[in-house]
Design a protein around this ligand. Sequence first.
Ligand code: C5J
Length: 248
Amino acid sequence: MDPTPETSRAAQRAVDAQPYPFRFDRDATALVIIDMQRDFLLPGGFGESLGNDVSLLQRVVGPVRALLGAARAAGMTIVHTREGHRPDLADCPPSKRARGNPATTIGDHGPNGRILIRGELGHDIVDELAPLPGEPILDKPGKGAFYATDLEPMLRHRGITHLLVTGVTTEVCVHTTVREANDRGFECLVVEDACGSYFPEFHEVALRMIRAQGGIFGWTAPSGAVLAALGDRPAPAGPLSVTTTNEV
Ligand code: C5J
């Protein structure tokens, strides 16, 4: 007999993921959207100041938007993060400002205001993914969303155990956050096409690193598979067929 009570059975979902199906309870899962800020996605911001082609990140907006709509429709917890610093830069390590010796750096003036500074236009999330009232916006000074923030108690208070992780960039803030979450016991699925990098090869390898060794940091799946799982139909009762390989 299936031991899961009928009330929670309705929330059970399974994603066709790698390295094996990712099972989660919609009510105990948060959609985490990492740093979809103008400063990373649009010209004139932090990403471009480091010499990157920011247009490469635009393709992430559509899949994240679809997931955001599905998560809202399902009443799930949604957390938006923003990387940035206080206007007085007191929380910005001097090493971070100097890194790469850019012509313009954190705190300098750009077309969207001071680069990577809280309250400036460039620091905010792109219009297409604007948070709704009630969706927490987490300002973080580092790459990881758990470092020097209240993300962990925010998730624990809501009974969140599983994360669907999206955003930019795959190998920097997404990866750091997933590693931090993994060490705290959260189960993470990284949505492949809802993450992006200025370096497509880094994106691919970063995803492989997450799901290698039987899912050393978590799972990966395309947004289509996640969207299919977020709908109204619960996962079938009983174990899913699980074949774990070391293929990445
Ligand atoms: C970077 C981020 N790449 N959000 N930040 O510096 O990944």
